[in-house]
Design a protein around this ligand. Sequence first.
Ligand SMILES: CC(=O)SCCNC(=O)CCNC(=O)[C@H](O)C(C)(C)COP(=O)(O)OP(=O)(O)OC[C@H]1O[C@@H](n2cnc3c(N)ncnc32)[C@H](O)[C@@H]1OP(=O)(O)O
Ligand SMILES: CC(C)C(=O)C(=O)O
Ligand SMILES: [Mg+2]
Length: 506
Amino acid sequence: MSDRVYIFDTTLRDGEQSPGATMSENEKVRLARELEKLGVDIMEAGFPAASQGDFEAVRKIAQTVKHAQVAGLCRSMPQDIDRCWDAIKDAAHPRIHTFIATSPVHMKYKLRKSPEQVLEMAEAAVKRAASYTPNVEFSAEDASRSDWDFLVKVTETAIEAGATTINLPDTVGYAQPQEFGDMIRYVIEHAKNSHKAIFSVHCHNDLGLAVANTLSAIQAGARQAEVTISGIGERAGNAALEELVMATKTRNGYYQVETNIKTERIYPTCRLLSMIIGQPIPANKVIVGANAFAHESGIHQDGMLKNRETYEIMTPESVGREKTDIVLGKHSGRNAIKGKTSELGYSLDDDALQTVFEAVKGLADKKERIYDADIEAIILEEVYRIPDKYKLLHLSVQSSDVGVPPNAAVVMEVEGERREHAALGTGPIDAVFTTISEIVGRAPKLKRYSVNAITSGGDAQGEVTVHLEENGYSTVGRGAHRDIIAASARAYLNALNRLDKKNSEG
Ligand SMILES: CC(=O)SCCNC(=O)CCNC(=O)[C@H](O)C(C)(C)COP(=O)(O)OP(=O)(O)OC[C@H]1O[C@@H](n2cnc3c(N)ncnc32)[C@H](O)[C@@H]1OP(=O)(O)O
Ligand SMILES: CC(C)C(=O)C(=O)O
Ligand SMILES: [Mg+2]
């Protein structure tokens, strides 16, 4: 049976210590509501002694959140602890989180205290916190650079004073996974009454090992993980909630632990945070980045279409994202293109598929990303075209405001014969249409002309639709191209070819 790992989210406290991630009171409350929906067990709402603003935000969150525990952080100082309690006392499940550093470098240079003084401060702090609530967490800051036997002593002291959670942080992201797991196991095995507390870890990502260290600690017996959404936090950040949770879920057989997180709420929560702090999610970010479930190369796309498990270890839906993105581009193969065209509702034979395949490869050389609408435009242009009597070979257009009137030069093939001509027009598109009509010796009436950007971005394709009328017949022609004048010429010829077919069918 799987053991439960409690998720302690500190996005609103350590996450907010990330440069540029300061949030207003309203934003913190909004995120707190989302964290509750996500299913975090404990949320650290802030550091009430830091400022009046943080005090108010923590108090508001404490009054708002109903199911999750709400923690406030405080130094091992009476005035900080009292202020913290004041802020969280209205919570349905309040927790005081007090801390003091235990590493030689922090004790000597930052605190200017001896280990004995630190032990006394820890004991006094936990006792004071426990006089307010039985739910007290004690953290030995910079635990990973502390003497292990001193950590055992501090842990015993804090448990004896009333702490029910003991947090051993890797404050500066210095630990290595095996070593960190060994440290947690050592303290749990050697501290008296360790069974009376839940052991927790809080890992920073300075060497990119925050999640690995947290997982190693879980294997060693830690049952609370302190994390943040998208891994934001002081310096390089904290262990990312989404990475830790999905690692334990995806490899449940390996870790044999479970969390209470509703994983399908992960993506919406990360998006909300990104909007609040105004920092976009990088495309290659684990689980929540735009590329995390996008498959670009033909061999991967082929595997995915045959069975998603070939290249996906979790589904995008399981983290609240939309379906897998098969990104068609220059690395795509025929199977992916066939899959996409049938998904769009077209059933193409092998020849048509080959035509689309070649057109996609050609377009991919010019365009960074191929969208569904590009594929549809290619199908319309390359497959569902009436056999052409008229073909465009070259087009050159001069558009102008003053001086030379707009003019076009067109080289075409008319039933296999090359013809060229140039003409003026009221605008560049009119010049193109006039030149083509003069080449083919016809003068259909242009009833309607429209242009749509069918894809987005600076390299978007435009689709032009023209309605032509001639001898009582009317028809529609379409053309797609990255240049709308070229798209217009194609649409006009497409309509002329259709008209010609109607005329000849009588
Ligand atoms: C690893 C972490 O993330 S720890 C949490 C970090 N978060 C914050 O710092 C919250 C924002 N901080 C603040 O607003 C301010 O630092 C305050 C209000 C907390 C304190 O401000 P000040 O009183 O001006 O102190 P200042 O920040 O300059 O220095 C910190 C003091 O606390 C002491 N201290 C640091 N940690 C602790 C602790 N856990 N317990 C007791 N004292 C501590 C330092 O030794 C220093 O003492 P000194 O003034 O006697 O040298
Ligand atoms: C206050 C503690 C838990 C902390 O943020 C750290 O050690 O990184
Ligand atoms: Mg921290």
